[in-house]
Ligand binder design. Structure first.
Ligand code: SME
Length: 163
């Protein structure tokens, strides 16, 4: 059985480095994207402080559809270009939103969410798998260390599902 480790970290960067190693171990040897997305969501949600939602929106060829996640029930479908998730999917750039109330078009699935980070998941052939979305009830929860850390975690996920 996989055991979540919660050692004390000297810094946020160190915490992400540890989390990347844990994600590698958790996903090793499994390519199924749904299985890996479910475990990945649980790992991140239960390892990082001050989160109220962490999960996937998967691209079905037309729009984003909610996938495995941890947190309260969420909006099911998001059009490309809409909200923070749709913007990340369309621009293929990580969206770091320090205050969702100031983001024009933000989709409030959970009224508790105050800040958000969304990483686009792009396959090696350039096509879109979906996005990785993490919400916090705290304004300004995410910074550049979170951007780098979340992107590194998503790289582990993409590598695992690629096989
Ligand atoms: N806030 C997101 C919608 C998804 S929920 O946060 C789970 C957005 O604006 O795209």
């Amino acid at each position: 059985m996989f055991e979540l480790k919660s050692p004390v970290h000297a810094s946020k960067r160190e915490h992400y480095e540890d989390l990347v190693q844990q994600a590698r171990g958790l996903l090793a040897g499994e390519r199924d994207p749904i299985a890996n997305a479910a475990n990945f969501s649980a790992l991140v949600y239960h390892s990082l402080p001050e989160l109220n939602w962490a999960g996937f929106y998967l691209f079905d060829g037309t729009e984003l559809v909610v996938g495995p996640f941890q947190g309260k029930p969420a909006c099911i479908r998001i059009a490309l270009g809409r909200g923070v998730c749709g913007t990340a999917a369309q621009t293929r750039e990580t969206q770091l939103v320090r205050d969702v109330n100031a983001f024009d078009g933000h989709i409030a699935c959970d009224a508790a969410s105050q800040s958000e980070i969304v990483v686009p998941l792009v396959k090696t052939d350039g096509s879109l798998l979906g996005v990785w979305d993490v919400d916090s009830p705290v304004i300004d929860r995410f910074d550049e260390d979170d951007r780098a850390g979340m992107q590194a975690l998503c790289a582990v996920f993409m590598e695992a599902v690629r096989g």
